[in-house]
Design a protein around this ligand. Structure first.
Ligand code: ZN
Length: 558
């Protein structure tokens, strides 16, 4: 056991106090939608002075390393499967109430981790979106190089509306290294650059600057082809980081993005033997990262944060939302006609556990009809709309109101039942290559929205468990604080001060949880949906949301 080891637990003790803050938060959460009721308001003001405590950056670490395990659920952190991560937790802080940004997808959370911004602010609200400026008839992948380049060209360098950690650190003269086995790593540090740059980005085998690739492939061979699991790509990418990218010296900030266990969980479901083996492989890669820091004598001066982008669920049923709408008489499809959308067209862009719907001409009458049709479907979880529609929340309520956001966002229905692999959390999935029993994410299920986060190093408390809500949007501001940089652009997230060993050790901030509800009465039934979130100092963490259609008891001779 480490000297100074102590168990510290912060609990967000919930005290029922429905009086003090009601109007403030109704205005903040649901402007202009009379159908939304704020039914519960709990507040837990532990230390009222907390919000007035401001401490200057920075931590004592000279280096920060963030390791992302794509799709890692917190309940799969076990001594048997992840001994290295468990040992790291013993030396550091386990964030036991950590949240993905909604929608719980890779590109969304990659951007949230990189910028500390809500998806609505950064501009990336899904892996696949319809961006008519790039393609007038089809969806695009938000992490694709061509889309990123064109996006920056159109917007004068603001494809992402918020700066990333790597960009900010380099503007302060620090070196950075990004290494990702998936394309999402591009979003962390996307600018074209010369060899003289202080930052390298290795994303899915490609590099910025391009010339860096020669050294890496000379040592490691070509980036491996995709196979049944992503472990070979993860191994190659990790070796590139701890090898050539760290050879001269370790940059102030490094990020390693492993594609597992996401890949295996999609193919075989969370909790399967293949998925557990992939988690073990991620743990071995973490062990090699820590060993490299040890060898370089940097372990004691490096803060290491292990985090996942989102949780995971098992597919209960696959549905084709476009086909369902078509069967109900709508002109719905997966793309618009080549000549552009015609009146009445609806484009459905599936993202697994969340579906984006774009209505031609933003026809509000048609939008409401589509929403009310979806409310009659068993696969429907939570609906969000840009403009008010009865029984739906606003896009802003989930902080997904980006400039390019669709007219309707549908989070798919979920339940907490166990899969055949014994993993709780089943979800409907739209139009996926994966079938029932395979894995999916993207929804507002708590199994998708809660993800793993463990941090250790000179600036983190030892053997502590943080039960306060935290989220991926907090990682960027915390990393910047650790490295002594105050960002000009205010992030959405917060510095996770309660987990830090800072002088003075500020008290835990106040925490509140609340629940939004909306309903819509049709002729024979009533739609109900809810969204639960936690708040600390104005930072929102979405816990879960779901919906159900209830037959009306007051009609039809029942
Ligand atoms: Zn992912």
């Amino acid at each position: 056991m480490d000297p100074g080891y102590s168990l510290v637990t912060f609990r967000s003790r919930v005290v029922n106090n429905p009086v003090s803050l009601t109007f403030l938060h109704i205005n903040q959460l649901s402007p202009g939608n009379a159908m939304i009721r704020l039914v519960k308001l709990f507040t837990a003001v532990l230390f009222t002075l907390a919000s007035t405590v401001t401490l200057p950056a920075a931590g004592t670490a000279t280096h920060v390393v963030v390791v992302v395990w794509d799709g890692m659920r917190p309940d799969f952190v076990t001594l048997a499967t992840t001994p290295t991560l468990c040992n790291l937790a013993k030396r550091g802080v386990t964030f036991r109430n950590h949240h993905a940004a909604y929608p719980s997808m890779t590109e969304v959370n990659g951007t949230a981790l990189a910028t500390g911004a809500y998806p609505g602010e950064s501009g990336i609200i899904a892996n696949r979106e319809f961006r008519p400026a790039f393609n007038a008839s089809k969806r695009v992948g938000t992490e694709e190089l061509a889309v990123v380049r064109e996006g920056d060209e159109i917007t004068g360098g603001h494809y992402l509306n918020s700066p990333t950690v790597a960009e900010i650190l380099r503007s302060h003269g620090m070196r950075t290294a990004i290494a990702g086995a998936k394309g999402v790593a591009l979003l962390h540090d996307r600018a074209a650059r010369s060899e003289a740059s202080e930052g390298v980005n290795l994303y899915a085998g490609s590099t910025l600057p391009e010339s860096s690739a020669n050294v890496i492939t000379g040592l490691l061979g070509q980036f491996p082809a995709a196979d049944w699991t992503g472990t070979n790509r993860d191994l190659w990418t990790r070796r590139a980081l701890t090898g050539p990218l760290w050879e001269q010296d370790v940059p102030a900030f490094s990020l390693l993005w492993l594609s597992e266990p996401d890949h295996s969980q999609h193919e075989t479901g969370p909790g399967s033997p293949t998925s557990l083996a992939a988690i073990k492989h991620a743990d071995q890669n973490l062990a090699q990262v820590l060993a490299a820091l040890d060898q370089k004598g940097l372990r004691d001066t490096t803060d290491v944060i292990v985090v996942s982008d989102h949780g995971f669920s098992t597919i209960d049923q696959n549905v084709d939302v476009a086909a369902v709408l078509t069967a109900q008489g709508f002109h719905a499809g997966r793309e618009f006609p080549r000549g552009g959308a015609r009146g009445g067209d609806v484009m459905v862009v599936g993202n697994g556990g969340t579906v984006l719907l774009y209505v031609a001409g933003h026809d509000q009458t048609l939008i409401a009809k589509v929403v009310h049709c979806l409310q009659t479907q068993t696969f429907c979880g939570v609906l969000f709309t840009r403009e008010p529609v009865e029984g739906a929340f606003r896009l802003h309520d989930a902080r997904i109101d980006s400039p390019a956001a669709p007219d309707i966002v549908l989070a798919m229905h979920w339940k907490a039942d166990e899969s055949t692999n014994g993993a709780p959390g089943l979800v409907y999935s739209d139009y996926s290559q994966y079938g029932p029993g395979c894995g999916m994410h993207g929804s507002l299920s708590p199994f998708d929205m809660h993800n793993a986060c463990i941090a250790a190093g000179p600036d983190f408390r030892k053997g502590a468990q943080d039960d306060l809500p935290s989220g991926n949007i907090d990682i960027a501001p915390t990393v910047l604080w650790l490295l002594g940089v105050v960002p000009e652009h205010k992030p959405s997230g917060r510095v996770l001060r309660e987990a830090l060993t800072q002088p003075g050790n500020s008290p835990p901030p106040p925490c509140e949880t609340r629940r939004l509800e909306a309903s819509f009465r049709s002729i024979d039934s009533t739609w109900h949906q809810y969204l639960e979130c936690s708040e600390i100092n104005g930072v929102l963490y979405f816990d879960q949301g779901n919906g159900v259609l209830v037959p009306r008891q007051d009609i039809g001779g029942n």
